[in-house]
Design a protein around this ligand. Structure first.
Ligand code: PBG
Length: 317
């Protein structure tokens, strides 16, 4: 088969302007420059609504979709060709006209414990304050360590680390991936295994979004797709979608793939840790449809255990 593919003469990448988002966009820019040396690849940085609201819980202001919308408008208006997102922040259902065209290889998917004084969560005395605004982390933390206190912690990575260093918290929970990407891996005191805390849907993976009417771009960006990561995160996203969840639902879902054998685990709990539902499933997965089916099975298992009632209680929390 002869290829008739001609790489585009230029590519503009839309991104948020936090240090992590810029790192991720620059990473994609460098990969694209390597793939297409003739292509003029540029970064279009934007401050999103989500970045400006720092004092309220994300769940209350409409979820992490706020980090994605402005980038979509930029693509809609032709100011950018693609957007690089932390897949974790991408809504489970994209608006019409947009597509997740590639999912890149995952960094370390685990959550990390960051603390100046305590090597481990298990070392914390009763009443110690842990910083996180993630309902998923709060729910799993409280279920396992009911003697700890949880206090809100918002802002980008640098802000959160600064608040920790100001001494308001015994320690904080962050995604290991973000810290590693920014060269802050030495701040990690302990990584938390999925057995103890399931990561967020899509955690540590980057998603590349384009307009659905740009098949030329889809072809140019296909080389960035990492099929095992795409399959795993597709299954995770199917669990959340199957529950009608969003990026702020207190659930974790994590898939691993060895050869064609996928193992998908999920948890859904109340933020106060008083109730949690767990489900897991193994199956052969070689394409996105099979990944989707496995995710739907896990969502069904959670439903059979009462996920809908739990989600209804959440609404009133
Ligand atoms: N919700 C914010 C967010 N979105 C993506 C990451 C970094 C890690 C990743 O790519 O999952 C983080 C920070 C965090 O949760 O600590």
């Amino acid at each position: 088969m002869t290829s008739t593919f001609t790489p585009p003469p230029s590519l503009v990448i839309a991104t948020r302007e936090s240090r992590l988002a810029l790192w991720q966009a620059e990473h994609v820019r460098d990969l694209l420059k390597g793939l297409y040396p003739q292509c003029d690849v540029r970064i279009f940085g934007m401050t999103t609504q989500g970045d400006q609201i720092l004092d309220k819980s994300l769940a209350k202001i409409g979820g992490k979709g706020l980090f994605v919308k402005e980038l979509e408008v930029a693509m809609e208006q032709g100011h950018a060709d693609l957007a690089v997102h932390s897949l974790k922040d991408v809504p489970m259902v994209l608006p019409t006209g947009f597509a997740l065209t590639a999912v890149m290889e995952r960094e370390d998917p685990r959550d990390a414990w960051v603390s100046p004084h305590y090597a481990n969560l298990a070392d914390l005395p009763a009443g110690a304050v842990v910083g996180t605004s993630s309902l998923r982390r709060e729910s799993q933390l409280r279920a396992r360590y009911p003697h700890l206190k949880v206090q809100a912690l918002r802002g980008n990575l640098d802000t959160r680390l600064r608040k920790l260093d100001e001494g308001q918290y015994a320690g904080i929970l962050l995604a290991a991936a973000g810290l590693k990407r920014l060269g802050l891996g030495e701040r990690v005191r302990a990584v938390i295994e999925p057995e103890d805390m399931l990561p967020a849907v899509g955690q540590a993976a980057l998603g590349i979004e384009i307009r659905a009417d740009r098949p030329d771009l889809a072809q140019a960006l296909a080389a960035l797709n990492h099929p095992p990561t795409a399959l795993c995160t597709h299954a995770e996203r199917a669990v959340s979608r199957g529950l009608g969840g969003s990026c702020t639902t207190p659930m974790g879902a994590y898939a691993t793939l060895e050869g064609e054998a996928m193992h998908l685990r999920a948890v859904l709990g109340l933020p106060d840790g008083s109730q949690a539902l767990h489900a897991q499933q193994r199956g052969r997965v070689t394409d996105l449809a099979q990944a989707e089916a496995l995710g739907q099975q896990v969502a069904r298992q959670l439903r059979e255990q009462g996920a809908d009632a739990l989600l209804a209680q959440l609404g009133s929390h």
